[in-house]
Each structure stands twice: as C-alpha cells, then as structure tokens.
Design a protein around this ligand. Sequence first.
Ligand SMILES: Cc1ncc(COP(=O)(O)O)c(C=O)c1O
Length: 510
Amino acid sequence: MFRTAERRLENAARRAACLALRGKTGEKMCTRGKVLTVANMNPFVKTMEYAVRGPIVIRAGEIEQELAKGVKKSFTDVIRANIGDCHAVGQRPLTFIRQVSALCTYPELLNDPKMPSDAKDRASRILKACGGESIGAYSDSAGVRVIREDVAKYIAARDGHPCSPDDIFLSTGASDGIKNVMKLTMTGETGNKRAGVMIPIPQYPLYTATIAEYNAHPIGYFLDEDNGWALSIDELKRSISEARTQCQPRAIVIINPGNPTGQVLTRKNIEDIIKFAKEENLLLMADEVYQHNVYAAESEFHSFKKVLMEMGSPYSDMEMASFMSTSKGYMGECGFRGGYSEVINFDPEVKAMLVKSISAKLCSSVSGQAVMDVVVNPPQPGEPSYELFNKEKTEVLSQLAEKAKMVTETFNSMEGIRCNKVQGAMYAFPRITLPQKAIEAAKAKGQAPDAFYCFSLLEDTGICVVPGSGFGQLPGTFHFRTTILPPVAKLGEMMERFRQFHNNFLSKYS
Ligand SMILES: Cc1ncc(COP(=O)(O)O)c(C=O)c1O
C-alpha cells in the first residue's frame, strides 16, 4: 500500500518536472528517460554483428521455452548446431584438465590421495608462481610466468624453432588476444586513411565485429569454394588493390583450420600467403585455434610460424601473431576463457605498447591460464595420468573425425546441397541451391534467402544452424554453417530430420 502511494507521488513529481521542461513552443523536451539511446550511442557498436548468437539463436531459445510449456511441435527438442561450444552439447571434460583446475582452485585437494601426483605437481607449480600462491590473485598482465614458459616450450617442440616466453601473452580466450593485436594496427585516422584488415570471406564473425567496433575497413578476400576453400593469391591481390582507395591495408587474417569452412591449408598455400604478406607489408595474424582439429588423412596442420621460419630470410623476420585457445581442440573448455597469442619480430617499443594496453585490463582469468597450461603441458608417457588423458583425448578427436565424415557424406547425398570435405575444425559450410520460389518467398518476408531456409529449418525440425549471410559468401550463393559437435547418435538423428525437411522444402518451393 505504502509503496504504491510512494510510487504515485514519484510519478506525479516526474510529470511536473517534465511539464516544467516544455519549451516555449510547447514541444516536449523531457528526455530524462535514458542518457544512452540507440540514436546517441557509439555507432560502431551498433554496426557490429555476431551471427553465431544472432536472431535465429534467439528464436531457438523461444522454441525451447514453448516446448517446455507443452506446446506441441513435430519435434521434442532443439538441436543447437549454431555454435562451437562442445560441452554445451554433451562433450565431457577431460579428467586431468579438471583435476589440475580443481587443485588450483581448492588447494586443500593437494592432500587428497585420490588426486594423481602429476596433477598435484602441475597445480603446485602454477600456484607457487601465483601471487600469495592463489589463482585468486591478479597475475602479471601477460600471464603467469611459468605458464608462458610452458606455452613457449610447447610451440618450440611443435615447430622445431625457438620460442621465447617474452613473446607469449595469455588472454581471455583467443578472442581477447586477437582484439588486442588488431587494435595495434589501427591508424587513428578516418575515411580512406583508416586501417584495412584483410579477412577471409566466409569468416568467423569476431573479425567483422571487431573491425566494425574499431571503425576499421574489412578487406574481404573470397575463399575458393571450388578448390576446397583454399586461398587464391590472385583473389588476395584483387581484394587488396580494390581496397586501397578506401583504407590503408595493415594486416591479413588467416584462419587455419578454417571456421566456418573446415579446410586445412596446404603448406604451399601458406608459403604463398606469407610471400604475399611480405610483398604487401602486412602483419600476419594466424588464427590457429583449431590446430588439434585435423581429421582428413591427406591433411596436416602447418603452423604459420614453422613455415615462416623454414622459409628463411627475409620471411623469417616478418612480424606475425598467432592465436590459440582452450575452447577448441579436444578440450572444448570454452567457459574457462583461456587463450594465448605469440607475437614474433615485433618492434620492442610496439610490444611495450601491447603490454601497456593489456595492463589496463589487469590480466586474463587465471583459472583460464591454468587450463591453458594443461593443454600445452599434458601428461607425458610414464606419468600416472598419461593413459587416461590420451584415451579421453583420442576418443573426442576420433568421434569428431567420424562426425566430420558423416556430415560431409550426408549433405552430399542430398539434392541441391554441395559440401566440401570437412578436413578440420568443427563445422561444415554446405552450399544450397534454392528454388526461385523460395527466394521470392524470402524476399516477401524481408529475409535473406539462406536466413529464410534456416528459419524454416528451425521452425520445422528444431535444428538451429546459422545462415551463410552471417559469415559472408559470394553474392548469389547461399550456405549455412552447422557444427559437427552433437554426439554421434544425436547428429545422425539431426541429419535425418534435416533430410526430411530439405526434401519437403524442395517440393514445396519447386
Ligand atoms: C576461428 C576462431 N577464432 C577465435 C575464436 C574464439 O575463441 P575463444 O573462445 O578462445 O575466444 C573462435 C571461436 O569459435 C573461432 O572459431
């Protein structure tokens, strides 16, 4: 009662204040509602788009609510194949990763005889390097020193070339590292003096979103779908020369293995890209978060650093940053937000600026750093946890390989769908040929044709995938991205639901 009366008084006072604020013309000037409105907020944030969590995913959430309330549909669950979030669709965490993480979080467990000695050793070493021996303390801006040393050892062993812990920056997922490095390439100018960043099309939307946020210019180079999504050097040349009038090209991003396209670049392709970047004086940004996710027998992961070093001078002197994450691979530990960047051949003064800029955020999550440590310093032969760790890791990766094959083959068996082999990463990006009538129906609804297809798929089957338009595609072509992450049986069921939907869709609109 009292509160209602109080609120009425408040409202009356507010109305009076509004009336007092009316101008001479009687025009209403009361704008006390919000300081920030969509009209006056940062325009660059408004331009950002992130399809992987876009409107289709919001609708998927609504459908889940409807199902929970008992609304009858022709399916009983939503299959979220829209995001590369392994644990969210049932992947179990690896025992050793969680043991080390638990020990770091709750050191009392160091006295627990059930915890293996190698997990205890890893955790004790990390804790000793933390302020007050607690992961609850801030770390150095670039991360806990011993973890950076372990990352450097991992990279040196992977590539056969030295790596310095001083070149390693632990980050809040790879996303944070990518944004930190890209920020350095900005020119601080506007118009055609803005920085241009070359990105693959299709691309992982973090890149277009960050470029929009930084008010830079995206220089999209189309991946060659007819050639297994390879990078064509002619296309790189075309895109950079067309962009020169609009920006100052500063960096090239390469995602290998590819998201959303699932290709693994050949060594020759990488060499050609490096030569191109050298010629054009670009910073190389190698997104290698899927370096453990290679399935095709003919494919092999080559790190940009290794290739660059093996090409020798002048290439081995080029500036390059590469990025890695705890979110992908066999770990799928997205929620820990662990990641690292390695920056090589940077001007020491620029590196000091990078340190300064990340210092303003203090440091990345130390529990994420600890998980990164396990990824780069896993149990070794002879250690108590070696066998279980390897068994769990192999199980995840072999199931992913099986699912990559299943998805490629099933899509290619459907009329009007063509899918390049999923050689690596966690996604397929099939091309769909849509009937003219479907294109018209999409237009009538004000939707992109592939968005129309994906929304229909969601409404009819509960399968949530992301339209190709969210990643970019050659004009006139239509695609969608699906993850290959649901468990094998669920993925099999998903492909069956998909086939039925696709056939019905074709008959309806043909
Ligand atoms: C190519 C690529 N880079 C970076 C990221 C971001 O990963 P993180 O979770 O480490 O920020 C992703 C996530 O899906 C990705 O696919």
